[in-house]
Design a binder for this molecule. Structure first.
Ligand code: HAS
Length: 546
């Protein structure tokens, strides 16, 4: 059962970012319209292209994901470790996150922080933007620390038991988050805030990028792992079966602690000052980080097959039909299952990006947003939508008021994201740049920059983006109607997250303790990052002031 005194905090952590998502999604739709040349202007309704793009990225990729990670973590940890979260600390964490978000929102909407969600130098924001980001991150740390004393108590009281798998997944996500946010905190506090206040004459841009991307790739696993918790610990149950192997779930989570950080240079293959040897090492490590997800693909496929066969499924492939794809009683299932289907393409294109030579072809083209809309806007976003609806209704003791529509949302989103990404992949392979207002440049037929070969990709992308916008509207229709429905105290009191039983419940010592994995992770970071850091610090580039 989810701890009673955490329920209001969790609800705020779920519903506030969902409200902001309306802006985030609106600016997503505007993006495709600018890019396709439907809007041919620097701005729309007083908000310029880069301001909108910054709001889109910061709200959707930073604010929504961080709040959700903390809210879901509070729910899973308190349910699985039985009432062990300090409510005071959870409240302090949530308050800091809300304050940070409000402080950062000011400069974004005032046009003083057009720095995109990857806010490294040389683009400079108003100091309040950076201060807001710091508070948001510190708030998430405080929320994480609130789980630790209760966990240590739980371990003392249950020496013979394995830590529940969901709690392992949540702790893994936040251990990665804690490790990867330290360098970016240094970047923001020591480099960017003093620079934006005018206290320093300039900033070391290459160092700023190195520190940002140290954070930037593990960040994606901080986004992904709460989704994996749902895949491993809830989806098999929703499918009518069991998790095929408990050990593989634990191994995957622990492996991410070691593998998710020492590879950020794959975002910087074209970076000067860093030798190609270290870029090659990071490329190899990037291929390795795909392995836990490949293991996940097999474990989850086996779990789904087991569930489908329990439901009467037969044959080599025909059992797929026995999964609850359109079951309105189990409307959460397609949010998880379709995320997996999308992730097949997101994963394959990630492996393309990882290659040193292929990355030079697709880097900074529209291929990259195509890839990440099949990952963070695929499995992660669908899981966030589905679980936010499930948790907020459950905690309030309400039922989904439009379950058929709730089932339709992930299908409409999946259709939209596939069309969108197909267009952007096509454009990317033809060299169409990301983060560019194409309507007033390369897609303007009256401009001498006009590129007719980019038109089709951007049109297809726009069609997909509009379908994605429609899915978000449908989601809000379901959410608002359900929130407005009658409340039942009995439902609220009996609400709990679904938990799958394991089919194979192996007890393997190596995956019982976080410590050796954390130590291995730190060693991997030192090996892969200290020499590039020394190279960057020794490169002596002039500091950039503007
Ligand atoms: Fe990535 C750039 C490489 C995963 C997000 N990535 C990005 C950016 C974002 C992002 C946001 O190496 C852009 C950053 C920016 O703004 O510049 N990525 C990878 C690799 C993986 C990967 C190797 N990325 C993610 C995830 C993300 C994410 C996850 C968000 C959540 N990515 C890169 C690289 C770049 C990059 C380079 C930089 C490129 C550049 O040049 O700028 C791997 O982790 C992927 C492994 C995944 C798999 C898929 C397993 C499949 C599963 C589904 C099974 C399905 C089942 C159902 C069971 C191997 C688990 C079956 C159903 C049936 C119907 C059959």
């Amino acid at each position: 059962m989810i701890q009673k005194n955490l329920r209001a905090i969790i609800l705020v952590e779920l519903l506030l970012p969902l409200a902001l998502l309306l802006f985030g999604a609106y600016h997503g739709v505007l993006q495709v319209l600018y890019r396709a040349g439907v809007i041919q202007d620097l701005e729309f309704l007083g908000i310029n292209y880069y301001r909108g793009l910054t709001a889109h990225g910061v709200i959707n990729a930073i604010v929504l994901t961080t709040f959700f990670g903390v809210a879901f973590g509070n729910a899973v940890i308190s349910q699985q470790l039985k009432q062990s979260v300090s409510a005071g600390a959870a409240l302090a964490g949530a308050a800091l996150m809300v304050l940070g978000t409000l402080i950062a929102a000011g400069p974004i909407f005032a046009g003083k922080a057009d720095v995109l969600y990857t806010f490294y130098a040389p683009m400079r924001a108003h100091p309040l933007f950076y201060i807001g980001v710091v508070l948001l991150v510190v708030g998430s740390w405080v929320s994480f620390w609130a789980w630790i004393p209760g966990y240590l108590r739980w371990r003392k009281e249950h020496p013979a038991q394995k830590t529940p798998l969901g709690a392992v997944g949540i702790f893994t996500a936040f251990i990665i988050w804690q490790m990867c946010t330290l360098p970016v905190a240094y970047e923001v506090i020591v480099q960017l805030i003093p620079w934006s206040l005018g206290w320093t004459s300039g900033v070391n841009v290459v160092l700023s990028r190195l520190l940002f991307w140290f954070f930037g790739h593990p960040l994606v696993y901080f986004w992904l792992l709460p989704t994996y918790v749902m895949y491993y610990t809830m989806m098999p149950r929703l499918a009518g079966g069991k998790l095929y192997s408990d050990f593989y779930g634990r191994l995957v989570f622990m492996a991410f602690i070691v593998l998710s950080s020492p590879l950020g240079l794959h975002h910087q293959f074209t970076e000067p000052a860093i030798s190609s040897g270290y870029k090659a090492l990071h490329a190899v490590l990037t291929f390795l980080v795909a392995v836990p997800s490949l293991v996940t693909a097999f474990t989850l496929a086996a779990s789904l097959e087991y569930g489908a066969r329990q439901n009467g499924g037969r044959g080599l492939f025909a059992w797929w039909g026995k999964l609850p794809h359109f079951d309105k009683e189990r409307w959460l299932f397609p949010y998880l299952f379709l995320g997996l289907v999308i992730f097949i393409l997101g994963g394959i294109t990630g492996i393309v990006n990882a290659s040193y030579s292929m990355s030079s072809l697709v880097h900074n083209t529209s291929w990259i947003p195509a890839h990440f809309h099949l990952t963070v806007a695929g499995p992660v976003f669908l899981a966030i939508l589905g679980m936010s609806l499930y948790l907020s209704l459950g905690l309030l003791g309400k039922k989904c008021a439009a379950p058929r529509m709730a089932v339709a949302v992930p299908y409409v989103w999946t259709l939209g994201v596939f069309i969108f990404s197909a267009g952007l992949f096509y454009g990317g392979l033809h060299g169409s740049p990301r983060r560019t207002n194409l309507g007033i440049s390369f897609l303007d037929p009256t401009s001498n920059l006009y590129r007719p070969d980019w038109v089709i990709g951007e049109y297809v992308g726009a069609a997909g983006g509009i379908v994605m916008g429609l899915a978000v509207l449908l989601f809000f229709y379901v959410l608002v109607r359900s929130l407005a429905s009658a409340r039942s105290t009995e439902l609220a009191d009996s609400f709990a997250l679904p938990e799958s039983e394991p089919y194979h419940d192996e007890d393997v010592k190596a995956v019982r303790n976080f410590k050796p994995w954390v130590v291995a992770g730190i060693v991997a970071i030192l090996i892969s990052y200290v020499p590039p850091l020394v190279q960057v610090l020794g490169a002596n580039y002039p500091l950039v002031s503007e």
